[in-house]
Design a binder for this molecule. Sequence first.
Ligand SMILES: Nc1ncnc2c1ncn2[C@@H]1O[C@H](COP(=O)(O)OP(=O)(O)OP(=O)(O)O)[C@@H](O)[C@H]1O
Ligand SMILES: O=P(O)(O)OC[C@H]1O[C@](O)(CO)[C@@H](O)[C@@H]1O
Length: 435
Amino acid sequence: MQLSSSKYFRETFVKPEDVVAQKIVVTKDSTRGVHFRRAGPREKVYFKPDEVRACVVTCGGLCPGINTVVREIVCGLNYMYGVNDILGIEGGYRGFYSKNTLTLTPKVVNNIHKHGGTYLRTSRGGHDTNKIVDNIQDRGINQVYIIGGDGTQRGAALIYQEIAKRGLQVAVAGIPKTIDNDIAVIDKSFGFDTAVEEAQRAINAAHVEVESVDNGVGIVKLMGRYSGFIATIATLASRDVDCCLIPESPFYLEGTGGLFEFIEQRLKENGHIVIVLAEGAGQDFIARDMHAAEEKDASGNRLLLDVGPWLSQKIKDHFTKVQKMAVNMKYIDPTYMIRAIPSNASDNVYCTLLAQSAVHGAMAGYTGFTVGPVNSRHAYIPIARVTETQNTVELTGRMWARLLASTNQPSFLTDSEALKEKAADINNVDISAQI
Ligand SMILES: Nc1ncnc2c1ncn2[C@@H]1O[C@H](COP(=O)(O)OP(=O)(O)OP(=O)(O)O)[C@@H](O)[C@H]1O
Ligand SMILES: O=P(O)(O)OC[C@H]1O[C@](O)(CO)[C@@H](O)[C@@H]1O
């Protein structure tokens, strides 16, 4: 029995309708089925291989594993279903209407998973639903595979709606991608494990540096625009981190329970401290401090103020001017280095599952879905569901509690907040309404 034989897959293994029926979706709380709209007429169970003209596009920021997903979509379509007509859209959504397409074959994509970045290139902004769907129609494309984060998935939902409005028989499949791991509903996004692993190297370097000098303060900035998953899990994995600051948990610098007090205490105890900082941490605080105006990127995402240099300077100023104590600051920003590497072994396997799942769904004639594991089951999820909210680190959840127990860092609650928490703990009731 040759598993790699496309004949075997086509005729024996893959019954797309079964695959879909087994895996239909799923919210965090239930596994009730959802009726997906089929891209083709009811009687047409799945696209015939020689009728398929597929395209793949990658949008938004980089993330380890994008190339693996692209490779496995192309190989999956070709090896499992015998599809030969696959196009690459270059440079994100705007590539649909402003660039020529690339021809994708298993041979062309054979080695791309060994490299970071995206073979297809990417961009922010430039989503024009009508122009994109016109182009899909003009080129005779009937399967669209869209790899990208929450912005990309919002764009994919609009493309899907426009295709439905025009009555086109085109399947739209999303593969969620974001290094921040903040896509709602799914258990985890691909590339996240690779990012956490690479972050360890930066944390380790910071630790080695500050351990070797007097009053060493190491700061490592990691990605995480609105959510501190990379910072949290990297901190938990490392054990060399004294304090982790994330967007979900506002912090303050001065006074009792503040960051400066904690740094001073750790420097006295250990002679050094390592702080991990998610890029979105303390943004409101910095904006107030710097009187900075809000800026946006081409996709409309808020551009973050650079918390790393800001915090490094604040700490240096405080300890030299106020405490009369020189600190040895080592600031490391590995953010783009982490995002630019190829995916590790487990992410490669995960990317393959996602890609093949998307291919099976589209070949079965389903559309308007995005793929991902939900409560450990691979699922098809209506695209709009994953863009309704964003995942964030729960400050009342076990993961954050474990982190606090591991670092013993301050909770950064102010006195009145701490009193409220304490009273709530004692009474085990929500007293906020009574204060
Ligand atoms: N609300 C929206 N409607 C339609 N298209 C959108 C929307 N938001 C973003 N897009 C488009 O999706 C693409 C990627 O969006 P964005 O730059 O926000 O990255 P992302 O997909 O969220 O990924 P990342 O997590 O890396 O930021 C861009 O081409 C952008 O124009
Ligand atoms: O600088 P770029 O390429 O716009 O991307 C930066 C952003 O992309 C992400 O990696 C993903 O959203 C964020 O963590 C980060 O803020």
